[in-house]
Design a protein around this ligand. Sequence first.
Ligand code: OGA
Ligand code: NI
Length: 357
Amino acid sequence: MRSRDPTVKMTSFPWRSDATSVSQVPANFVLPEDKRPNLSDVSCLSIPIIDMKEMIDDPDRNPSPLLVEAIARACEDYGFFQIVNHGVPEELCQRMLKTVTKFFELSTEEKNKFFSDDVNKEVRFFSRYLKVENDEKVSMWSEVLYHHWHPQEDFTPPLPKNPPEYREVIAEYAKEIGALVTRLLSLISQGLGLEKDCLKRRMGETPTRRLQANYYPPCPEPELTLGLAPHTDFNALTIVNQSDGVTGLQVNKDGKWVAVDPIPNSFVVNIGDQIQVLSNDKYKSNLHRAVTNKHRRVSLAMFYGPGKDTEIGPIENFIDEEHPRVYRNYRYAEFMEEYHRQVGLRKRLKEAFRFDN
Ligand code: OGA
Ligand code: NI
C-alpha cells in the first residue's frame, strides 16, 4: 500500500521536467478502489456526430429541420455531441492547442507565476483533487490553466506572455468561438421550440466566458487515477477542442462510460447545468470525466454561461401539469457560490436548487 502524503505541492508533481520520471503513480494520485476508472468496462456506443456544413455555406440561412432535430436529439439523449464542418479554421484550432501545450511545457517556476487557490483570480494555474473519505484529498493527474475570454474586447493583458504568441492566438480564437456559440445557442433554442435568440438573451447582457485548458501528462498506471473526476459543467454551453489521436474524455450514458474518440477538426459540444435548468430537465447536463493514458493529452474547454447577476430558472414553456417546475429561480452568482462550496465533491450542485431537495 502506497501511503498518501497530504502535503503534496505543485512542485512535487511526478511528470514535471525537474522531477525524475516515474514508473508508478505516486500514492497521492491513487484513488480508493471504488473511485478508480475500470478502463475495460467502456460502452461500445459513441456520442452523435453532427455535420454543420450547411451553416458554413450560408450562415444567414434558416437551418434545415434535419440539423435542428439532430442537435435536439443529441441534447436530450446525451447532452453531448461532436460537430464537424463547424466553420472555425482548422489551422487556428491547431495553433491554439499548440500554444496552450507550449504553456504547459514551460518550467514549473514559470507556470507557478499564475498559481493560485483564489477562485476570484482572473488567471489561474492550478491542479485538481478529489475529496475521499475523511476529507482526504487525492490529486488528479492533470494541470489546469483557467481564465476569461471575450470575442470583442481586449481581455488579454493579464494573460501569460509566455509562450509569446499566447495572447494573440487566444484573441483570434475567442472571436471564432464567440460566433460559434451564437450559432449553436440559436440551433439549440430552435430545437427547444423557442425563438432563435432566446437562450442567448437568457444569459443576460454580460455573459460569463471562461476558458479551461487541461493538460493530462502521460500516465504509467491509468487504471489507478483520473485526470478529471466525474462532473457536470456548471455553465450553459461548453465547446471543447482536444488533441488528435488521444482518447480520454468519457461521457456517462445510462450508467456506462462512453469514450469520446477525437475526430480530426471537430469540437465536442456539451450542455451545462444552466441549460438543463432553463429547459426544466428536458436537456441533460451530463456527467463526464477524463481518464489518463500512456500518451499526453491536451484539451481546451471554452465555457459560456449567464452573467453573475442574471436570474436563471425553468422557462415557462417547459412547465405544465406533466412537467412541474423542478428548480427555483436563482441568481447565477448563487450557483457559482454553491459550486465553490462543493469543490472536490461536486456531487449535488443543481440538486441544491431543486424544489424537492
Ligand atoms: C472540462 C472537461 C474534458 C476534457 O474541462 O470541464 O470536461 O476532455 N474537459 O478534458
Ligand atoms: Ni467538463
